[in-house]
Design a protein around this ligand. Structure first.
Ligand code: NDP
Ligand code: MG
Length: 334
């Protein structure tokens, strides 16, 4: 079934005109939503922690950030752009106790609502507008007169106009210019986790690490292995991003294409796909969410140890050296 997609004509901004919108957290998404909504003529109140860099940034951008309670007072829409792992605590401490009937809670990702770490009362609306891009792109595309596609989901409609409010929010950040695709909290949350675990973050880094190690263990120089197994990933991904697998295959050599078609299925095997199904079931059962919340609550010991191990690996050490040789790369160090 093809998805329902909304555009500007389906998403009048009127539902928020003359109303107050609170944005809680002025980070990657928060700053973009605040600035775009304000430029779209909406009254925006920002909540940030006093003394932080993002508090300063919000002030420089002409907002007067306050605590959560003050920002959300009288707001039609309260957009929660806090890190997912701290949303439940901030909700319990500051948002939940100050919620009024008829207000709309807006999220950019479904994790806390879908897995019930936040359970708002039935008297409020729960909506989601999830831009399919980082906050800085949401801002820069808007400034160019465009927008990043958004997902929309309505979890709870207490006032009868939850969807109009969410569509107006998407319009105000530029999303309606690109398209707003209808989904549910369940679909957005589960597919987002699956994508980042299996492909974008987990799958890709594991593929790069194992291939780099294979070449180095066979006696090849780590610098050469880095170029083949890590650096060139971007060239291929850019081609697929622009024109799909067909365009990538049209652009690479016939030798590369033959190797691709015949060897790829030996790397990602039916056994790998069975493991993907297992990972998906850990996501849908809530097992992954519980594990991650426990990890966070117990001080991120395992998380930090795993991070450090990769950070100090030969792949990363060689990569830092080689990226310094490529001046056109705006190379970043963490
Ligand atoms: P960030 O970590 O970039 O920003 C969160 C902000 O909240 C920071 O400025 C942080 O301040 C601030 N903050 C922390 N605690 C409090 C508090 N108690 N009161 C007020 N402000 C506080 O988050 P993201 O923008 O990355 O993520 C926000 C949401 O958007 C998440 O649900 C995420 O899943 C979703 N999302 C993110 C995307 C992305 O590309 N980043 C894409 C699509 C959705 P400080 O840094 O000073 O601690
Ligand atoms: Mg995602």
């Amino acid at each position: 079934m093809a998805a329902t997609i909304y555009y500007e004509k389906d998403a009048p901004i009127d539902a928020l005109k003359g109303k107050k919108v609170a944005v809680v957290g002025y980070g990657s998404q928060g700053h973009a939503h605040s600035l775009n909504l304000r430029d779209s003529g909406i009254d925006v109140a920002v909540a940030e922690l006093e003394g932080t860099d993002n508090f300063k940034l919000a002030t420089e951008h002409g907002f007067a950030p306050t605590d959560v309670k003050t920002a959300m007072e009288g707001a039609t829409l309260i957009i929660i752009t806090l890190p997912d792992e701290i949303q439940a605590k901030v909700y319990a401490d500051a948002i939940g106790p100050n919620l009024a009937a008829g207000q709309t809670l807006g999220f950019c990702h479904g994790f806390n609502i879908h897995f019930k770490y936040i359970v708002p009362p039935e008297t409020v609306n729960i909506v989601m507008i999830a831009p399919k891009g980082p906050g800085h792109l949401v801002r820069s595309e808007y400034e160019k007169g465009g927008g990043v596609p958004n997902l929309i989901a309505i979890e709870q409609d207490s006032t009868g106009d939850a969807k109009q409010i969410a569509l107006a929010w998407a319009n105000g950040i530029g999303g309606a210019r690109a398209g707003i695709i209808e989904t549910t909290y369940k679909e957005e949350t589960e597919t987002d986790l699956f994508g980042e675990q299996v492909v974008l973050c987990g799958g890709l880094t594991a593929l790069i690490k194992a291939s780099f190690e294979t070449l180095v263990e066979a006696g090849y120089q780590p610098e050469i292995a880095y170029f083949e197994c890590m650096h060139e990933v971007k060239l291929i991904v850019d081609l697929m991003y622009e024109g799909g697998m067909s365009y990538m295959r049209y652009s690479i050599s016939n030798t590369a294409e033959y190797g691709d078609l015949t060897r790829g299925p030996r790397i990602i095997t039916p056994q790998t796909k069975a493991e993907m199904k297992k990972i998906l079931s850990e996501i849908t059962s809530g097992q992954f969410a519980k594990e991650w919340v426990n990890e966070h609550q117990s001080g991120l010991k395992n998380f930090n140890a795993l991070y450090e191990k990769d950070h100090d690996s030969q792949l990363e050490t060689v990569g830092r050296k080689l990226r310094d040789m490529m001046k056109w790369i705006d190379s970043k160090k963490v």
